[in-house]
Design a protein around this ligand. Structure first.
Ligand code: F6P
Length: 364
């Protein structure tokens, strides 16, 4: 028989993005109002669960946060209690502290966890799901790369911000007759670059899924110049790479489960364009601007639908599921199906075909 749910914990894990507070609000309000549950907000993702840092969330606590960026709970994109970095006698050691987390879940009488995060957070959650904790996932990431989910919340705001930046770069590029590159986030997936590139009318879009040739990129810039377009706009994914080259790593964070932080490919491409075409070139790396600030309405709606669905799924007696958007419907899949998978841009995506047919270049 399924255990009666009375008290739940909610946490936000991984990198922040717009819409986290909107999910926390929807989860808390639905849980209290519709089902009379007690809700606990866990601080700083799994770090808070490990150190027993959590506090009750009431209706008042989540009032007026729908439009706010960030997360009222705090987050952490490093903590995996099963592989926790501890300093012992000046040396870093990796320890499995899962049982400490289980102890806190038990002592706080949490019957389930609502885990808001990306694939890394779902991987951490699956360790506790296997130990008997019912975890319901809510798909968050600006990268839009979660398996079986057509759109994650945070992605719409990220590509909106990137589009606006590209629009602004457009006018300055045209005035100075320059090639201008805007580098966007996305890790190994080109969703932000593709959507922002198409929405802003970029001339060249470089995404990780389509390795580029610098000769082809320069050909396009020169060709435009020959036809009287003395400027070019390039939207470059941080994970883009040349046909015979590697992705550019900005830094390694060895305390993180995924230590690679990409960034800087646009500077290399810009130098090559300037050298090979003689056209003055500039680069803007957008960075965390894409994650901060108020969610656009689409993200507020998605976040509300996901947060509400997480509670409905839980109260329907389901266990270890992640709510997802498929077509126009919010449904749910096994939490385990998301772990260690990445949803990259498929080559039959309608925007890929549109870009090719409209003579926008992928640099290939
Ligand atoms: O996964 C979200 C994301 O913003 C990626 O697009 C980016 O590569 C990475 O996180 C940056 O991580 P950090 O905030 O640790 O620099």
């Amino acid at each position: 028989m399924t255990k009666r749910i009375k008290k739940i914990g909610v946490l936000t894990g991984g990198g922040d993005c717009a819409g986290l507070n909107a999910v926390i609000r929807a989860v808390t309000k639905s849980a209290i109002n519709q089902h009379g549950l007690e809700v606990f907000g866990i601080e700083d993702g799994f770090e808070g669960l490990l150190h027993n840092r959590m506090h009750p969330l009431g209706m008042e606590d989540v009032s007026n946060i729908l439009t706010h960026g960030g997360t009222i709970l705090g987050t952490n994109n490093k903590c995996n209690p099963a592989r926790y970095h501890v300093e012992v006698d000046g040396q870093m050691q990796i320890q499995d502290l899962s049982e400490q987390v289980m102890g806190h879940i038990k002592s706080r009488s949490l019957d389930a966890l609502i885990v808001i995060g990306g694939d890394g957070t779902m991987a951490v959650a699956s360790n506790f799901a296997r130990r008997g904790v019912n975890c319901i996932g809510v798909p968050k990431t600006i990268d839009n790369d979660l398996e079986s989910c057509d759109v994650t919340f945070g992605f719409p705001t990220a590509y909106y911000v990137a589009t606006e930046a590209l629009d602004r770069i457009h006018t300055t590029a045209a005035s100075h007759h320059r090639a201008m590159l805007v580098e966007v986030m996305g890790r190994n997936a080109g969703w932000i670059a593709l959507y922002a590139g198409v929405a802003s009318g970029a001339d060249i879009i470089l995404i990780p899924e389509i390795p580029f040739s610098i000769d082809k990129v320069c050909e396009k810039v020169t060709d435009r110049s020959r036809h009287g377009k003395r400027f070019s706009i390039l939207c470059v994914a941080e994970g883009a790479r040349p046909i015979d080259g590697e992705q550019v790593v900005a830094r390694y964070d060895h305390t993180s489960a995924d230590p690679v932080r990409l960034g800087g490919i646009s500077r290399i491409v810009a130098d090559q364009i300037e050298k090979m075409t003689g056209i003055e070139t500039r680069t803007t790396i957008l960075g965390h601007i894409q994650r901060g600030g108020s969610p656009i309405p689409q993200d507020r709606l998605l976040a509300t639908a996901f947060g509400h669905a997480a509670i409905t799924t839980l109260m329907a007696g389901k266990e270890n599921r992640m709510v997802v958007m498929q077509g126009r419907n919010v449904t749910d899949i096994s939490l385990y199906d998301v772990v260690d998978k990445q949803r990259l841009v498929p080559m039959d995506h309608p925007y890929i075909q549109a870009v090719r047919d409209m003579s926008i270049s992928f640099g290939d």
